[in-house]
Design a protein around this ligand. Sequence first.
Ligand code: ATP
Ligand code: MN
Length: 482
Amino acid sequence: MDKRIRIKDLLDSTNFGQQVKVMGWVKTFRNNQFIAINDGSTIKNIQAVLDFNSFDESLLKRLNTGAAVSIEGEIVESLGKGQRIEIKVDKIEILGDSDAEKFPLQPKKHSLEFLREIAHLRFRTNTFNAVFKVRHALAYAIHKFFNDKGFLYLHTPIITASDAEGAGEMFRVSTLDPDNIPRDQDGSVNYKEDFFGKATNLTVSGQLEGELAALAFGDIYTFGPTFRAENSNTTRHLAEFWMIEPEMAFYDLNDNMDLAEELLNYVISYALENCSDELDFLNNRLLEEEKQKPQSDRSELDLISKLKFCLDNNFERITYTEAIHILRNSKPNQKKQFNYIIDSWGADLQSEHERFLVEKHFKKPVILTDYPAAIKSFYMRLNEPDAEGRTTVRAMDILFPGIGEIIGGSQREERLEKLEKRMEEMHIPKEEMSWYLDTRRFGSAPHAGFGLGFERLVLFVTGMSNIRDVIPFPRTPKNAEF
Ligand code: ATP
Ligand code: MN
């Protein structure tokens, strides 16, 4: 087995006449002569050509789509269109049969919905080969970006007892017997008897722990799974997703925005440079899809132009207050086409508003800053009230075309008194958070950070339209298959 050559390396080879061994899965077998084999190392197949007189008919019958094979032969120049080299086959071994009648993946286009139902097999399709190659490259690029900048990769806990991010959206972690739950006299659950002696959940964010480390190491980032039990069945929400959360001491919001923009540009360029086969494939796939749509619904830019456009243009930075002004005067607001009409300062922005700003008004990524304090988290740094007495916080959301919010972040409140006051106002139990407040008691410093939703990034770069198609096994309400 050790002498097998990966198809990716083979396709780059010019060693005509060399004897090679390839292992992979049959994509197609045409004219009793041409086998297209893929081993997953590249989206491209190698063509193996055989003389059917030299092989048993019973063997040839087993060269079905999906079968695993080992093939030995000579590298020769290809006469056919579409490939430079092929293998002239001497020896074929079937490693694993695939019943042509039963194998669900036929050499034709399947719908993404169908493929989601057979997510265990969809890795074998071109589309998912491309998507998960890009996903891998983006993950690597993120680590490289931070490592090159001297950031420390911090592993924050998956099981947490901190309840700070907004209860109700969390998955409970418990070993209590659901049929025999210990209760206090007043009927409430007695978590003292639970595994950790208190109520615990799957993490919704590593930020609070990230802050603790940032105030010692300076610059840290996390990259790990995150869980939210939000019952939103959208194309942009998962119950289990991966998040990248950098946290930096001595950063203000402007530094934070600069870093976020640099990170996004870096990883997008990395994908363009290192995933050109995959992105070409995904680009063509989208162009085909677009052809089905009426002219007016087609996008102005194809996938690759869209990624390059993003690199060539600075993100638009505006405040929430400016955004409200634009939205109020916008056509869809005045013609009452928005589902939620923006009539006053303080309203939370819905995705229809975010999309309007990004896709219609600015036509590029937008960073919205300084949101009303009332609609944002307790740990965000308070601004001085404005001329009209309105209070905002140093928050930022980065909005991307077709995606909406890709990043949410803020400068953190480093002033103990102000932080405690906000916590009291928002009914956050200070006693349980004293570990967090200690950072503000001992050597507090300005700091900032953000959370980048990894799947939203993969969505953007691959041009896929449903977040369930950019994570291997999506978890969404009523779905935890595989
Ligand atoms: P949204 O308003 O889109 O639900 P959010 O405001 O809840 O997002 P944050 O709490 O700021 O999001 O999380 C940081 C980032 O994590 C978001 O910008 C987004 O990219 C990503 N994210 C948040 N929730 C989900 C989810 N359920 N599935 C996938 N990614 C998510
Ligand atoms: Mn959310």
